[in-house]
Ligand binder design. Structure first.
Ligand SMILES: *[C@@H]1O[C@H](CO)[C@@H](O)[C@H](O)[C@H]1NC(C)=O
Ligand SMILES: *[C@@H]1O[C@H](CO)[C@@H](O)[C@H](O)[C@H]1NC(C)=O
Ligand SMILES: *[C@@H]1O[C@H](CO)[C@@H](O)[C@H](O)[C@H]1NC(C)=O
Ligand SMILES: *[C@@H]1O[C@H](CO)[C@@H](O)[C@H](O)[C@H]1NC(C)=O
Ligand SMILES: *[C@@H]1O[C@H](CO)[C@@H](O)[C@H](O)[C@H]1NC(C)=O
Ligand SMILES: *[C@@H]1O[C@H](CO)[C@@H](O)[C@H](O)[C@H]1NC(C)=O
Length: 783
């Protein structure tokens, strides 16, 4: 018998997992850490848009650009302001800007958008300056921030529009920037401001309404066998030219230029001769238009070939809530540019142009290639020496035929819920000496998700509510040496440690967290980040075998009053765990008698025969293995006068005032009634609850059957949405509950985040409400 139950539980878990896999397994955070009071935060009254950050570990400061101000914050505690310099627009500039039709208080201000290192003491800083961008040098000397007053034109180095995404990079004294160069924002460029400035052609085949998100440098000349040059890679989305659609479709791109590019002699004079772009591929589980790249981070490796770009993608149609992270190896991108085929435009009909694969002969030296050994052997030492044929080819065909595919063939992480906004990645050494890439991903509602991918299995270690208000995370910076993460938003800057192993207080918790930063140390018996000889870790397996057996849970005595509804709380130890109830070793299932939800067990209309020992196990499936931990044990005994009533806690009982208004018994009427007043006044509610429970259980079964059917039909995704809808609309009737459901499905509702019923015991007095029951059942129907 017990093996049957074990089987059914494991099957249940399997179903849940395989079902998840059908949905390409949307990642759900294993644990949720709510906003913590005392989080290190910086903001200044009246200053907004803390969107630009520069870490200067050498100076011990985090430089922070906001609206009309630059701060130097203590790198160890961002709430400590070391220095500030204000950089306000002049009244004239602001007036000029408003005359041109811009909003005086929103757009006609100076938003600091650029901060780069120049040398030991000096930074390069630019601001939008009321749609008239300017740049300056800034020093941090003797604890003072000072603008040098060497103002220079910022056109092309910094956007005009404070809302426009852009990207820039400083290499030596050269500034690479990708933004638009005019007031209207209609002339996009990739620009190098240097002694020999270069830019892109104003042709839509080069850039078509792009949104630049990221730029970085890869030193590919290092030990290059073919005498290759260093590169600057950039990431953006733009209007697709390769698809035949009637409406505009955006695609994500990676492009690159060579550092040594000097432009052409006649063709492409003062323009890039090495600008090549390719489509970035990261397929979301839902068939849709190509996803849009939102942010990128380069995780550098000593061998640049193994360096990897991590990119966050979100859907381009507004309705979907699915985001993904894909990783792209530098060597794969390079392969597409160096060896791939080109696309070429062909005219079809009169005005329409179609881009197809170029099949003709590609000139030598290869168009778009950096100057390398091959071209040098041909007597071409600079891009200025390149033949017109090569240059004309690349001027008309900057797009590669092939797309760059992700490292693992698919996304490293897929989430459904609040969209992902920014990503940074840390490379962490595990106890076994292997490195793991830990992603810290900002969301549009002020959370950080900390995720890893263990051999193809995506795993979100935790989600941390970093901002008190649900604001989008707009900047992320990571300091591996300090072990800190810095997140900027409109409202302020927040700092958090990359790990807090002390949150896990048992060996099992520590191991099951599978956090590469954390090990369990047997000698001090704590979860810590220090690798010692007495420490253990099990990242890919989550194997808790070496952990000592947890102490048995002490049974709590509960009073059973017949015909009352009795609620036994039980909180699983992780969002991924499922609660299993046993009554004297018999597994309980939701039925007309028992209602099992994630917060506990509701025993409906108790009778004498319900007395007994109830155990709640939290079962979590990790790497295909079920981990089973008893969380709570209750002894329900009959209310029979002489029994030790003193040791009994009756507070979780729910008076069933409908069916038995007078049978609650003498004890019952004195009992603390956990139902809220409105529920008491409406005696019909409990009956309705029961009906709802019963009918929804049926629906749940039906949905599971349906899902199985869908599974076999291989069409789970579309229908999943349909199946979920009624639950949502039902739940919206009561917003608090809506939030709860959303939480469980990890579609976190922002406004209500503070109401989250994380700890059931704390909310015990309010107890269960009608819709809570509905909510959880719908929830379980999704399992
Ligand atoms: C740093 O760069 C600035 C601007 O180029 C220059 O004026 C200054 O002398 C440099 N300082 C040092 C210490 O190199
Ligand atoms: C920068 O500072 C480092 C250490 O303080 C020093 O070794 C180096 O010479 C400085 N460089 C410049 C350009 O001042
Ligand atoms: C700056 O922050 C304010 C206040 O949150 C917001 O209304 C505004 O949209 C932000 N502006 C930009 C350019 O992000
Ligand atoms: C290229 O450089 C080589 C060696 O530095 C030199 O011999 C040759 O003349 C140069 N060619 C041109 C076209 O400048
Ligand atoms: C780590 O977590 C513990 C327990 O939740 C908390 O008390 C402590 O403040 C946290 N430490 C940091 C640095 O956030
Ligand atoms: C969990 O452990 C308890 C006690 O060892 C056992 O009775 C129960 O059947 C187990 N549950 C599962 C799902 O394996």
């Amino acid at each position: 018998m017990s093996s049957f139950w074990t089987l059914s539980i494991v099957c249940g878990l399997m179903l849940r997992v395989s079902y998840g896999a059908l949905n390409t397994h949307y990642g759900a955070p294993r644990t949720t850490v709510p906003y913590q009071m005392g989080t290190k935060l910086f903001k200044e009254e009246g200053i907004f848009n803390y969107s630009t950050m520069l870490l200067r570990e050498d100076l011990g400061v985090l430089l922070l650009g906001a609206r009309e101000a630059v701060y130097a914050l203590d790198i160890d505690d961002v709430s400590v302001r070391k220095a500030v310099v204000y950089w306000r627009v002049t009244e004239d500039k602001q007036k000029e800007c408003t005359y041109k039709g811009k909003h005086a208080e929103v757009e006609c201000r100076n938003y600091i958008r650029t901060l780069h290192i120049v040398n030991n003491t000096t930074m390069f800083v630019c601001g939008t300056n009321a749609f008239s961008p300017i740049c300056d040098y800034m020093t941090f000397v003797n604890g003072q921030l000072r603008l040098e007053g060497k103002q220079e034109e910022g056109k092309g180095k910094c956007p005009f529009d404070p809302f426009q995404r852009y990207s820039s990079l400083m290499i030596g004294s050269d500034l690479y920037s990708a933004t638009s160069i005019n007031f209207l924002g209609s002339e996009p460029v990739v620009l190098r401001s240097s002694d020999l400035s270069l830019r892109t052609e104003f042709k839509s085949s080069w850039l078509s309404e792009p949104h630049f998100v990221y730029m970085d440098f890869v030193g590919e000349s290092f030990e290059s066998p073919d005498g290759d040059d260093d590169k600057v890679y950039m990431f953006f989305s733009e209007n697709a030219m390769e698809y035949d659609f009637y409406s505009k479709v955006a695609v994500s791109r990676v492009a690159r230029v060579c550092k040594g590019d000097m432009g052409g002699q006649r063709t492409l004079q003062r323009k890039w001769t090495t600008f090549l772009k390719a489509r970035l591929d990261c397929s979301l589980p839902e068939p849709s238009l190509p996803p849009i790249v939102q942010d990128v981070f380069l995780l550098e490796n000593e061998d640049w070939r193994k360096s990897v770009f991590y990119a966050v993608f979100t859907p381009q149609s507004g309705s979907s809530q699915v985001s993904a992270v894909c990783a792209f190896r530098v060597s794969d991108i390079r392969h597409v540019f160096n060896k791939g085929k080109f696309k070429t435009p062909v005219a079809v009909e009169t005005s329409h142009v179609k881009w197809v694969m170029f099949t003709g002969e590609v000139p030598v030296p290869r168009p778009g290639a950096c100057i390398n050994t091959v071209s040098r052997q041909m007597g071409m030492n600079r891009s200025l020496d390149l033949p017109d044929k090569t240059l004309q080819f690349i001027r008309d065909r900057p797009l590669m035929e092939e797309a760059v595919g992700p490292l693992t063939g698919g996304p490293l992480l897929v989430t459904s819920g609040a969209l992902l906004t920014r990503v940074v990645v840390d490379s962490v050494m595990g106890l076994d000496g292997r490195r793991h890439a830990v992603m810290f991903i900002g969301t549009e509602n002020g959370y950080i998700q900390k995720a890893v991918n263990y051999a193809g299995e995506m795993f979100i270690i935790e989600e941390i509510q970093l901002c008190e208000k649900p604001v989008p995370i707009s900047t992320l910076r990571l300091s591996s040496s300090k072990g800190q993460l810095y997140a900027g938003s409109e409202l302020g800057v927040v700092q958090m440690p990359l790990s807090n192993c002390s949150r896990y207080d048992s060996c099992t918790d520590c191991i099951l967290s599978r956090d590469p930063y954390c090990v369990w140390d047997f000698t001090p018996k704590l979860c810590s980040s220090v690798h010692t000889s007495t420490a253990i870790q099990s990242l890919e397996e989550g194997d808790t075998m070496p952990c000592p057996k947890p102490d048995p849970v002490v049974a709590e005595n509960f009073l059973l009053v017949t015909e009352n509804n009795i609620q036994l709380p039980c909180q699983p130890h992780s969002n991924l765990a499922q609660v299993m109830w046993r009554l004297s070793e018999q597994t309980l299932h939701s039925s007309s008698k028992y209602h099992i939800y994630s917060g506990g067990l509701l025993l409906l209309s108790a009778s004498d025969s319900d007395a007994g020992l109830y155990s709640c196990d939290s079962v979590e499936l990790i790497s295909g293995r079920a981990y089973n931990r008893t969380v709570a044990v209750y002894r329900l005994h009959l209310h029979s006068g002489s029994e030790a009533a003193g040791s009994t806690t009756p507070i979780y009982e729910v008076t069933n005032s409908v069916q038995s208004p007078n049978t609650a018994g003498p004890g019952g009427s004195d009992m603390q009634d956990p139902l809220s007043p409105e529920n008491q006044n409406d005696p019909g509610k409990v009956t309705r609850l029961e009906v709802a429970v019963a009918s929804l259980s049926l629906l749940c079964l039906f949905l599971m059957g349906l899902l199985l059917w869908i599974w076999t039909q291989g069409r789970a995704r579309e229908c999943f949405k349909l199946a979920k809808r009624p639950g949502e609309s039902e739940a919206k009737r009561q917003s608090a509950e809506y939030i709860h459901i959303q939480n469980r499905t990890s579609e976190i509702n922002l406004q209500g985040a503070e109401h989250r019923a994380v700890d059931f015991k704390r909310n015990g007095e309010q107890n269960i409400s009608t819709l809570e029951g509905l909510g959880f059942i719908y929830d379980e129907s999704e399992i």
